[in-house]
Design a protein around this ligand. Structure first.
Ligand SMILES: Nc1ncnc2c1ncn2[C@@H]1O[C@H](COP(=O)(O)OP(=O)(O)OP(=O)(O)O)[C@@H](O)[C@H]1O
Length: 219
């Protein structure tokens, strides 16, 4: 679905953060993206989400060369990719229900057409009873699950999650991991950026390890 060939990335005149990075994310696959702090995990996720352009190399997204996708068409591609940011990026003045429905509302869909989907998704992540709460009163783990639900509301083919277990205790981390595994069983490709070794040991999945700008893949 997404393929990188010899991708390089640098910010401004800085050093190359990613060098000759090549990999592909197959349909329905499950992988961890790991590496020390500052190795470039978030940057790689931003390249996958098309919110950054590589400074060299080739990125093919759903069969299209990234450079041939116009700015106006980017949302069409991004809709097929869900992302859970490290800092959640929830809107504090909206309820969890409204936060999750927002991507559809922005696209002009009527509330009646998505109401049931939002409720079902919030129940699936275990927040059926927190639908009317605002993010400031939610715990870190609850916010994380709202962000996951929002990333999934458009039924993306691939889900990217940046340190999804970074701020939660081990039992909740296991619960979140189970959600990602179930999602993957239902057909969504999953990429989890993490440096949580204990988390990675719980699943026999592909590991993509970044170090010194290079990517090693352990199948
Ligand atoms: N917008 C930016 N401008 C300049 N440099 C940046 C920018 N974003 C990231 N960097 C640099 O790129 C490198 C990789 O950062 P990135 O956030 O991708 O790493 P990471 O592996 O996700 O780190 P962490 O695990 O700490 O979140 C770091 O040296 C960082 O300082």
């Amino acid at each position: 679905m997404i393929r990188f060939e010899n991708v390089g990335l640098r910010y401004g005149m800085g050093p190359e953060i990613l060098r000759d990075v090549s990999f592909s994310i197959p349909q329905r696959s499950f992988q961890f993206l790991s590496g020390p702090s500052g190795a470039g995990k978030t940057s790689l996720l931003r390249l996958l989400f098309l919110s950054l352009k590589p400074t060299r190399g080739l990125i093919n997204v759903f069969g299209r060369d990234r450079t041939s996708i116009s700015r106006a068409d980017l949302p069409l591609f991004r809709r097929r990719i869900g992302i859970v940011f490290q800092d959640f990026r929830l809107l504090d003045h909206m309820t969890t229900y409204e936060n999750v429905g927002l991507p559809l509302r922005v696209r002009g869909r009527s509330e009646a057409s998505y109401r049931g989907d939002v409720i079902e998704l919030l129940k699936w992540v275990g927040l059926g009873d927190r639908m009317h709460a605002m993010p400031p009163v939610l715990s870190g783990g609850e916010k994380q699950r709202v962000a996951i639900a929002r990333a999934l509301i458009e039924q993306p083919e691939i889900l990217l999650a940046d340190e999804p277990t970074g701020n939660v205790d081990p039992p909740l981390a296991r619960r979140l991991l189970r959600l990602f595994i179930e999602l993957n069983r239902l057909g969504t490709a999953v990429v989890i950026a993490t440096h949580d070794l204990a988390l990675m040991e719980q699943v026999d999945a592909r590991r993509m390890i970044l170090s010194d700008g290079r990517l090693d893949i352990h199948d």
